[in-house]
Ligand binder design. Structure first.
Ligand code: SF4
Length: 71
């Protein structure tokens, strides 16, 4: 069981559960500035508007990506 990953940024905290991901790459295609597996920290929520990050995560078909909005 791989552990849950947490990516914190102003306005939003993103979590990723690698055990659930179906590797559909929807996230990578939707918002490549934020989701980039070429980086060690592959989720960079601060690289786009909070609303864009939330919309991309809402499109994740597996539920591997989730978020909590701050305030
Ligand atoms: S959109 Fe969701 S299921 Fe698809 S690669 Fe990204 S995290 Fe995995």
């Amino acid at each position: 069981m791989k552990r849950l990953q947490t990516y914190d940024a102003p306005g939003i905290t993103v979590t990723f559960d690698p055990n659930v991901c179906r590797h559909s790459a929807v996230c990578l295609r939707t918002l490549p500035a934020v989701f980039d597996v070429g980086r060690r920290r592959w989720v960079a929520p601060e690289a786009a508007a909070v609303s864009e990050v939330a919309a991309a995560i809402d499109a994740c078909p597996s539920g591997a990506l989730r978020y909590v909005l701050k305030d």
